[in-house]
Design a protein around this ligand. Sequence first.
Ligand SMILES: Nc1ncnc2c1ncn2[C@@H]1O[C@H](COP(=O)(O)OP(=O)(O)OP(=O)(O)O)[C@@H](O)[C@H]1O
Ligand SMILES: [Mg+2]
Length: 164
Amino acid sequence: MEIVYKHQMDWISHNEGDTAQLARVLARHLNPGDVICLYGTLGMGKSVFARALIRILADDPALEVPSPTFTLVQTYETGRGILWHFDLYRLRTPEEIYELGWEDALSDAITLVEWPERLEDFLPANRLDIHLSETPGGGRLLQIEARGDMKDRLSLPFSLDVSP
Ligand SMILES: Nc1ncnc2c1ncn2[C@@H]1O[C@H](COP(=O)(O)OP(=O)(O)OP(=O)(O)O)[C@@H](O)[C@H]1O
Ligand SMILES: [Mg+2]
């Protein structure tokens, strides 16, 4: 068990199961109104993280979580209210986000965003950023940083128990 006191940390994930473990730890700290941004190039594991987090929050390990590649957004009922899952790869302009229910998502839902770079200036200041990249062994490095008011909340000590 590792106790983490910082608002920032690096996590090596060797496989999808490791990513699900991290999602489970972070899920404990999430409340309606929170935004999680998933950065990383094609195939870095953003959707794997999103799917794991949604299944945990919905308490349904078999829940279908397709990538909203063409609809750009999909909503889910979870134990902590509605969750909005955005995949903004095909967003044409940042302003277009307002046609997708963005304000409703931010006001009272947990919001997960793949390709947050597409939002440019509309990226919220209060958010949890997760940058995903490939490790030499074929796993993934997840660099996590809480920003704005998320920083104060996630600066509380929290434990990462990686045992099965
Ligand atoms: N932690 C991990 N370790 C090893 N492989 C992983 C890990 N996470 C994801 N992968 C693999 O990476 C591939 C792509 O994952 P995923 O679809 O989540 O990527 P993505 O970032 O959402 O890509 P895109 O931007 O194209 O949607 C999958 O085959 C998945 O098994
Ligand atoms: Mg994806």
